[in-house]
Ligand binder design. Structure first.
Ligand SMILES: [Fe+2]
Length: 499
């Protein structure tokens, strides 16, 4: 294992640390770091179909591939999804608070799809909402029962920051899980997000997920930046690998919400197979609450969670001027109230700033269109995947260029986001190791290793981000940074490398 080094002339690491401490609050330290860690080039294969992580739960038609995501705008709703393989079975989720014996129910629906020679199981989606009359066992009597059974009625209502158990399936093949609802939205609410991208289903993917699960920072929800199963890397886009992926992530995704972003491997566009509807498996399997944020498409939407306003964008649906995504974001950004959600976070698959050779400049068209908005609205951090490696940028912008003025170099900009590429989940395509040289000044740290991130929001002013490599212990951070909120700390230095 190599030791990370900074390429900063003759300065030793110790001297640099002292120097950067002095610089704190004064100016940006433009000493980009390229880790010297050299990784084994061997590609990690997908785990075999009979792996224990893909195990089918016992019992006839037992629910499998259970996963949850946020089900509304503010974090009081949960979408529960699962697959029954043999017959539709029940669409119902029973749920109850940890402190209550009274079970409430929510009813969803199922769908199935065909993809070339593959037919899916019965894919269920059920939204447990804030209070939905049809989901409440007392609903036929709500008006008369309201006063005398208020406490029972309240049990139908998902409360903030509360542990709920839930159950799917029928007969002797019911399965039970739990989740904890988000805390009430507020500017100083602390919350810990995990960051995972480009996960796939290799042995490295399994290591990444295990490291996330065992990270003592204890992520409460996963921000997933796209490229899920990599089923499309198989002949005929073998959708059985969507099923194995669903079973693989269940051990975490059934217990905490994964916030979904679509990547290029979700496209599954294969006209040679007669499959011309993009995102067909993805949209059938993963539901998101896009309508809650007035979006017209599941590929771009926003949610509030704790003190964060999270905007999900799509790199692979139209985003040019006047497109639905453009017009939605144009309306969305002014709606963000930093007095309510102090942190503004954007997720997308293709990074806008990337100094690896792989996918270099692919995000340029989106950057040209949207970067000025990210600066204007003081987005704190943009997370992306796609590049199978890790990279963190300085706070820079490249919005001055107007074709004729020649101002085409990214400049330090304290109103700009930090861009973090975290497409290092560990899929079968392996790492992108070749980097552009020399390291551009916008790149603060880069390393081609598998891993995950943790964004630990402390309050309205401070958040801590750490990057955890799979080759290290669970608690070790190979890169870390204090993020100072751009709205609440506008005049202070934007980010301080954690020591
Ligand atoms: Fe990828």
């Amino acid at each position: 294992m190599g030791v990370a080094r900074r390429d900063c002339g003759g300065l030793g690491l110790g001297l640099l640390v002292v120097g950067c401490l002095i610089l704190t609050g004064l100016e940006l330290c433009n000493c980009g770091m390229t880790s010297s860690y050299v990784r084994n080039d061997d590609l990690s294969l997908d785990m075999p179909l009979d792996s224990d992580v893909f195990r089918v739960p016992p019992g006839y038609n037992a629910p499998q591939q259970v996963h949850i995501t946020q089900g509304d705008y503010v974090g009081k709703g949960v979408i529960v999804s699962w697959v029954t393989p043999d017959e539709p079975g029940s669409n119902t989720v029973l749920y109850w608070a940890e402190s209550s014996q009274l079970k409430s129910r929510a009813d969803g629906f199922f769908r199935a799809y065909k993809y070339f020679n593959y037919t899916s199981g019965y894919i269920h989606h059920c939204t447990i909402k804030n209070l939905e009359a049809s989901t409440c066992p007392y609903s036929p009597y709500c008006s008369s029962f309201l006063l005398v059974h208020l406490s029972e009625l309240m049990s139908c209502l998902l409360q903030f920051d509360t542990k709920y158990y839930y159950e799917v399936g029928i007969g002797n093949t019911t399965r039970q899980f739990w989740f904890i609802t988000a805390p009430k939205v507020g500017p100083d609410v602390s919350y810990t997000f995990g960051l995972i991208g480009d996960l796939g289903q290799t042995h490295d993917s399994n290591t990444t997920l295990t490291h996330y699960e065992l990270n003592p920072a204890k992520g409460q929800a996963v921000l997933f930046v796209g490229d899920l199963s990599y089923a499309d890397d198989y002949p005929l886009h073998d959708n059985n690998r969507w099923d194995t992926w669903g079973r693989f992530i269940e051990r975490n995704a059934a217990y905490q919400p994964w916030i979904w972003t679509a990547g290029n491997h979700e496209l599954d566009y294969a006209p040679e197979l007669g499959e011309t509807r993009p995102f067909k498996p993805y949209t059938n399997r993963f539901h998101v609450p896009y309508k809650a944020s007035d979006s017209t498409s599941p590929f771009w939407y926003s949610i509030k969670r704790a003190s964060a306003y999270i905007i999900v964008m799509s790199s692979y649906t139209a985003f040019g001027k006047y497109t639905p995504q453009y017009k939605w974001l144009q309306k969305e950004l002014p709606k963000v109230n930093r007095n309510e959600t102090s942190w503004l976070i954007v997720l997308m698959h293709c990074p806008l700033y990337n100094s690896y050779v792989g996918h270099y400049m692919e995000g340029e068209t989106m950057r040209v269109i949207y970067e000025k908005w990210f600066v204007e609205y003081k987005v704190d951090v943009v997370f992306a995947g796609h590049v199978h490696a890790y990279e963190r940028s300085e706070r820079v912008s490249n919005i001055a260029y107007n074709v004729v003025n020649g101002l085409c170099t990214p400049m330090s900009d304290q109103s700009a986001p930090v861009y973090i590429t975290i497409g290092d989940g560990g899929n079968l395509e392996g790492l992108v190791t070749e980097m552009t040289q020399p390291q551009p000044s916008y790149s603060a740290y880069r390393e081609a290793s598998f891993g995950h991130g943790i964004l630990d929001i402390k309050n309205r002013t401070h958040a801590y981000f750490g990057w955890h490599r799979n080759q290290d212990g669970y608690a070790v951070e190979a890169d870390s940074i204090w993020l100072l909120n751009r709205y609440w700390n506008p005049s202070q230095r934007s980010s301080v490398a954690a020591l």
